[in-house]
Design a protein around this ligand. Structure first.
Ligand code: TYD
Ligand code: MG
Length: 457
């Protein structure tokens, strides 16, 4: 029987060494050595081609001969989560849920298990972060499902967890979190690159063997990437990102990778006293709350395959700083810089001496080029101190991408965006089909034919 040994592999050049060093003896890079466990090579390995003598030969089959039965999925009882997963949890799949601390990862996974328990499924909640008593306190708050009936263990030792999985054989298991489990076989601290890789790899091995679906909770770094190695993302079937700001109302869950569904879906949630609640009427809320003051405009955005109306706000004030401030929340900063440059060059709205603040209301994040025009019109409206309104005094809606030469470019799902705006009586919509350039869009947004233009005091 081969005994596992611990070695160190350079993540830059692949050099292997028995002892850890700060600098790779192979390529001279610093801090690239990562600890790994290896089974000792079998004595039967022949020198020729490196293959094991006596190893089993595998017969290939054509794809057409492979049976691909329709997967029965397990519903989490949370519609938004199921749709992001592509219709529920695939048995035996490995799912990572990443998000900043306090965003609601433990809450969401506990709620999912509570519903699965209520539906008669075998589940297990492994907490390597909180005590069983802390998990119970959370469970007591949650409405819906049978949270107090979820079997839990509070354990940080990977091998104890693996042994428990083999014994309990749950259908769905939550590991909270992958960074706090620890393998005795590696010397690195829990959460180190080598540990995370080992923990995820071992859990995957057991989960695939026993067909246990595993939800791995993972922390994200400040930059928003999953902490630990990128390899985690390659290993798992599905990566969900939980986004939003802790202090703000709305949070979104999106799939950035999904082997069993599209990565276009997104779910919107709100954190309440009794857990996360799905927000199905987000557009209605944002339109209802839109201020219609100078600097406000409604963006017809897409959250996955679903249209969503969100309010975009801007504030422009004269600056004493060189360079002036650009404070952006909910958008990509560089994209906003581009929009400001296009506004200056092609619409005659120079903001070189002004501080500009841009925000998506409600803590939403919009990461699509279709938001360019909304940023441009909100900033223009703030700079000119003119409120933009559509028909019947309703907020003005828009969408479209800005090109560097000042043209408005079409974006995906224009029909769905327009339909959503119509649903809330937001007409007309300033968009690329109607206006070819940013200049035309600005004139149209300001023009009397687009409804009343209220001069701000
Ligand atoms: P949590 O799920 O523990 O976040 P994470 O596991 O991502 O770190 O919960 C996040 C916050 O939400 C926590 O500070 C308390 C709050 N909360 C509520 O407001 N309502 C609730 O019903 C629950 C369970 C938590
Ligand atoms: Mg947690």
């Amino acid at each position: 029987m081969a005994r596992p040994t611990s070695i160190h592999v350079c993540s830059a050049c692949g050099h292997e060494t028995a002892r850890w060093a700060g600098r790779c003896p192979g390529c001279g890079e610093w801090n690239t050595l990562v600890e790994e466990t290896r089974a000792q090579p079998s004595a039967a390995r022949s020198k020729l081609g490196g293959s094991d003598r006596g190893a089993r030969r595998v017969e290939p089959v054509t794809l057409g001969a492979v049976s691909a039965a329709e997967q029965v999925r397990l519903s989490t009882g949370i519609g938004e989560l199921d749709s992001v997963l592509g219709g529920g949890i695939v048995p035996g799949s490995l799912i990572v849920i990443g998000g900043a601390p306090g965003i609601g990862k433990s809450t969401l996974t506990t709620m999912a298990l509570a519903n699965l328990v209520a539906a008669g499924r075998r589940t297990l909640y492994v907490s390597a972060e909180e005590s069983a008593a802390q998990i119970r306190l959370r469970a007591e708050r949650l409405s819906g499902g049978d949270a107090l009936a979820i079997p839990v263990i509070a354990e940080t030792d990977l091998h104890a967890v693996l042994a428990t999985l083999e014994h309990e054989r749950p259908e769905v298991c939550v590991i909270d979190s992958v960074q706090t489990l620890h393998s005795r076989e590696l010397s690195g601290a829990a959460g180190s690159v080598g540990q995370v890789r080992e923990v995820a790899g071992e859990i995957m091995r057991v989960a695939k063997e026993l067909r246990i679906a595993v939800l791995l909770v993972g922390h994200v770094t400040k930059e928003g990437a999953l902490a630990g190695p990128r390899v985690l993302e390659h290993l798992v079937d599905c990566v969900l990102q939980f986004e939003g700001e802790r202090e703000r109302t709305y949070r979104t869950v999106r799939a950035t990778k999904n082997r069993f569904g599209s990565t276009n879906e997104a779910g919107v949630f709100e954190m309440r006293d009794n857990g996360l609640v799905e927000v199905l009427d987000a557009s209605a809320r944002f339109v209802g709350e839109a201020t219609r003051a100078p600097g406000s405009v409604v963006l017809c955005a897409m959250e996955g395959s679903r249209p969503l109306l969100v309010e975009v706000q801007a504030l422009v004030s004269s600056s004493e700083l060189v360079p002036p401030r650009r404070v952006v929340s909910g958008f990509d900063r560089n994209r906003v810089a581009l929009v400001l440059a296009v506004l200056g060059r092609h619409a005659g709205i120079g903001l070189g001496a002004a501080d500009v603040f841009v925000n998506v209301v409600g803590g939403m994040r919009v990461d699509e080029p279709g938001a360019d025009l909304a940023v441009a019109l909100a900033v223009m409206s703030a700079a000119k101190r003119v409120a933009l309104t559509g028909s019947a005094g309703r907020p003005l809606a828009c969408f479209g991408e800005l090109g560097l030469t000042g043209e408005l470019r079409t974006v995906a799902h224009a029909e769905r965006r327009l339909a959503e705006a119509r649903k809330f009586g937001l007409t007309p919509v300033i968009e690329p089909e109607a206006h070819r350039t940013i200049k035309g869009a600005v004139a149209s947004a300001l023009g009397p034919q687009q409804g009343t233009v209220a001069k701000a005091a």
